[in-house]
Ligand binder design. Structure first.
Ligand code: NAD
Length: 437
């Protein structure tokens, strides 16, 4: 499978699902899961507080010169949640509604994700509150380079390693790599992951998150429904993660009956020809106008009947207002935080199996870790090696989470978080014992 160019679609916003009645933002959702995990693990109040609080939070604001000669002020963040297990690792998001609480939540989820997958990293996240589609390539380059200079003190191959997320791509990573390297005085290949192959990126990184989501989805369908080739799927979001998931599910024989992006949705009960759709998307940058399916309201497909739903867009799309109408057997979270705590409860009580983000979409950071290891070794791995090692780690984590869930009668989110928090806590205690009152 060839490398795809990150973010070539240019579809980059973070619109929340209409009509969400939940007031819970991503940080509250992350704290809610942590609080339930702390109760399960019998953690003390001081231990819980340690993990509810981010270790380091940097907020920056700087002027940027636009092509028309005027200036604009841009606001951004970088947060390290916990670094007990290793350097801080996490994506950088360019989207209008980026704020400190969202970045905190995403950083916390990165801590748990890395710990669960056995990756020696702590959790980080960053973002700029901009809509990248409003800027020219030259303006985006100036913004990215300035953001990098603002954060050059905290970035570093052994300190903090960014990667692409919503609204950023391998070109963004190339600019960060270059700017950081100029400041550091050497070509610091290990300072970012998700960079272009020509600059030391890893084979298999572009599709890594989608591959991981698909492996887990196929395993979950086998377990909960039966032969995946007889199953149907809905994929929300058609960006770096969603388009790859739709493609890989289709190639695995799963019938993809509905997809959406921020502008609208498509459905076809006989199955959408995903390869044909990808050609349309590459040409038009949106799903609208595709001939091989019925055009629908964007959010309507979330409550269609199917075996599998993969939300792969933004946070909070499954909420108290639609969870009772969701008609799938399995939800595999391609996006970070797509299910609010209220929806989580409703879906669990209705017997819908939810594979949580910190497990399901961890393929991206697993191959980011492989990319970093290759940069540190100065030795490139073959595509098959990357794919095999990714699959092995994803399926191993899947088995461990399921076994823990069964043993402790927990849902998969609670089990995954408990395993992850325990890993972090063990390292934390060895480094600096937390003494409870
Ligand atoms: P992206 O910017 O490439 O794509 C986002 C897609 O979601 C676009 O197709 C956009 O049109 C669509 N979208 C936005 N709002 C929508 C809505 N309300 N309904 C339907 N579609 C909508 O971003 P991405 O990298 O694919 O990231 C998607 C999610 O996956 C995010 O939550 C991100 O944090 C998470 N994630 C990404 C990676 C990665 O490697 N890129 C890794 C792990 C997790």
């Amino acid at each position: 499978m060839g490398e795809q160019v990150f973010g070539s679609s240019g579809t980059l916003t973070l619109e929340m699902t209409e009509g969400s009645p939940d007031r819970t933002g991503p940080y509250e959702a992350a704290l809610d899961t942590l609080s339930r995990t702390a109760t399960h693990l019998k953690m003390s109040a001081v231990e819980q507080k340690l993990y509810a609080t981010c270790k380091r939070e940097v907020s920056v604001s700087f002027p940027i010169r636009l092509d028309n000669g005027t200036s604009r002020v841009v606001k951004g963040y970088r947060v390290h949640h916990n670094t007990a297990l290793g350097p801080a690792k996490g994506g950088i998001r360019f989207a209008t509604n980026v704020d400190i609480d969202e970045v905190r939540a995403l950083a916390m989820w990165m801590t748990w994700k890395c710990a669960l997958l056995g990756i020696p990293y702590g959790g980080a996240k960053g973002g700029l509150a901009i809509d990248p589609r409003e800027f020219s390539k030259e303006e985006l380059e100036r913004i990215t380079r300035r953001f990098t200079r603002e954060l050059a003190d905290i970035f570093g191959p052994d300190k903090d390693i960014p990667a692409p997320d919503i609204g950023t791509d391998q070109q963004t990573m190339a600019w960060i790599l270059d700017e950081y390297s100029v400041v550091a005085g050497y070509l610091a290949h290990g300072v970012v992951t998700g960079k272009p192959l020509a600059l030391g990126g890893s084979l298999g990184r572009a599709l890594a998150t989608s591959s991981g989501v698909t492996e887990i989805a196929l395993a979950a369908l086998k377990e909960e429904v039966g032969d995946p080739r007889l199953c149907t799927a809905i994929v929300q979001g058609f960006g770096k993660v969603g388009a790859g998931v739709a493609q890989l599910l289709h190639e695995a024989g799963v019938s993809v009956v509905a997809v959406s992006d921020e502008y609208g949705a498509l459905s076809n009960l006989a199955g959408i020809d995903v390869h044909e759709l990808q050609r349309h998307y590459s040409a038009h940058g949106r799903l609208t106008g595709f001939g091989g399916a019925e055009h629908r309201d964007r959010d309507s497909i979330l409550t269609d009947a199917a075996d599998l739903l993969v939300p792969a867009a933004v946070e909070g799309v499954l909420h108290g207002g639609n969870a009772s109408r969701v008609q799938v057997r399995v939800v595999v979270e391609g996006a970070n935080g797509p299910t609010t705590p209220e929806a989580d409860q409703v879906l669990n009580s209705r017997g819908v199996v939810i594979v949580p983000d910190i497990l399901a979409n961890a393929g991206g950071v697993v191959v980011s870790y492989f990319e970093w290891a290759q940069a540190n070794q100065g030795y490139r791995w073959g595509e098959e090696t990357v794919a095999e090692r990714l699959k092995e780690r994803m399926l191993d984590a899947w088995s461990r989470v399921r076994a823990y869930a069964r043993a402790h009668e927990l849902d998969l989110r609670a089990a995954a978080t408990a395993l992850a928090v325990s890993e972090v806590h063990a390292a934390q205690q060895l480094r600096e014992e937390i003494v409870s009152v």
